[in-house]
Design a binder for this molecule. Structure first.
Ligand SMILES: *Cc1c(COP(=O)(O)O)cnc(C)c1O
Length: 385
């Protein structure tokens, strides 16, 4: 047994990753079996069928539960499948309060799928606590937030939202994809559910699609496990293995990428063609003080900025970078660039997008592990002087 007192980086490597007892292999084999021999008819071993449980998936879930300070974790076939499972806790007549600055796909899931089941959704600026309080109704069952937010890097005070959620008897779910447990652990701050798109930093190499939930209440874990097993969107063994391997270097990557992102944010802030930079590490960012409190000595590796000019001008920049590859997604070792209005947030209604401050000239970068100087030079040649 690996003690919980070990530090984050040590647990990321050792918890859930004990050597294979059969062979001594330092890295356990990937278990591909779909079904398992049972001790007798009606008698069950630890594993019986791969949807219900798989040792490779279990290893990932064990590591992630430790890193997020939860009692258990569930790995899903995608981040959206993980969020969908959370929404399946709700019944017709229930109500969800969600942040305005959430992932475009979450917005679409809540508005186009969940709403069809007579579950009402209100969007609120989650960085504004009085607004969150005002949005609460007797029917509210779930408060769903993302911090840093997407794509404006708004910062929501998780501890304050947890207090509000407890006062109203609602679940607080935090999409922790951007911060990762290396920087923020929402369950320690009172959240009930932490969610990840493992496609991003947990996997970290743009080669796996996956999602995860982590909770601290065993009863809630059982409910979510039931939903996952009943609906079936589990993470496959190869994907689970890739995520487990990614977790081993998570903190190293996130800290190095955050460091480069902070330097690029400074550079962009001094650029005459840049109107505004959105990065919680900047002292003038409205969420800076809260970010300092709930993020561990770094502010993440996502930066957005608005340029002087229109949709076309922004499009020319994102099409001109060479190291920053033009693609949605984020969190991997290779840097990416995108235009939210045309790409990641195209699934928002245009009016909603503007109301939430996602302008046509906004550009979002995911800072990878390349050298700062090369990334800066790439932006320098792409943004007209
Ligand atoms: C990518 C992403 C999701 C969705 O995850 P998938 O793995 O693409 O299904 C949810 N939230 C955030 C913040 C994301 O970046």
């Amino acid at each position: 047994m690996i003690p919980d007192s070990l530090r984050f980086r040590t647990r990321a490597i050792h918890v859930g990753n004990a050597p294979d007892p059969a062979t001594g292999a330092v890295v356990r084999p990937v278990h591909l079996a779909a079904t398992y021999v049972q001790p007798g008819a009606g008698a069950w071993g630890e594993y019986d069928y791969a949807r219900s449980g798989n040792p490779t998936r279990k290893a990932l879930e064990t590591t992630l539960a430790s890193l997020e300070s939860g009692c258990g974790s569930l790995a899903f076939s995608s981040g959206m499948a993980a969020i969908h499972a959370v929404t399946m806790l709700l019944k017709p007549g229930d109500h969800i309060v969600a942040g305005t600055d959430i992932y475009g796909g979450t917005y679409r899931l809540l508005h186009k799928i969940v709403r069809q089941n007579q579950i009402d959704v209100s969007l609120v600026d989650s960085a504004n606590l009085p607004a969150c309080r005002q949005a609460m109704r007797p029917q509210t069952r779930l408060l769903w937030i993302e911090t840093p937010g997407n794509p404006l890097m708004s910062i929501t005070d998780i501890a304050a939202c947890a207090e509000l959620a407890d006062q109203h008897g609602v679940l607080l779910g935090v999409d922790n994809t951007f911060a990762t447990p290396a920087l923020t652990r929402p369950l320690e701050l009172g959240a009930h559910i932490t969610m990840h798109s493992a496609t991003k930093y947990l996997g970290g190499h743009s080669d796996v699609l996956g999602g995860a939930l982590v909770v601290r209440d065993p009863q809630l874990y059982d409910q979510l496990y039931f939903i996952q097993n009943a609906t079936g969107a589990v993470l496959g063994p190869l994907e689970s293995f890739l995520c487990s391997r990614g977790l081993k270097t998570l903190e190293l990557r996130v800290r190095a990428q955050s460091h480069t992102a902070a330097r690029l944010a400074d550079y962009l802030q001094g650029h005459p063609q840049v109107r505004q930079v959105f990065y919680p590490g900047l002292p003038d960012h409205p969420g800076h003080a809260v970010a300092e409190r709930q993020m561990d000595a770094a502010f993440g590796a996502m930066v957005s900025f608005e340029i002087q000019g229109d949709l076309e001008a922004a499009r020319r920049i994102v099409e001109r970078t060479k190291l920053f590859q033009l693609a949605v997604s984020l969190g991997a070792v290779e840097s990416l660039i995108e235009q939210p209005a045309a790409m990641s947030h195209a699934s928002y209604d245009a009016a909603d997008r503007l109301a939430h401050g996602i302008s046509d000239s906004l550009i979002r970068i995911s800072v990878g592990l390349e050298a700062f100087e090369d990334l800066r030079d790439d932006l320098e040649q792409a943004i007209p002087a």
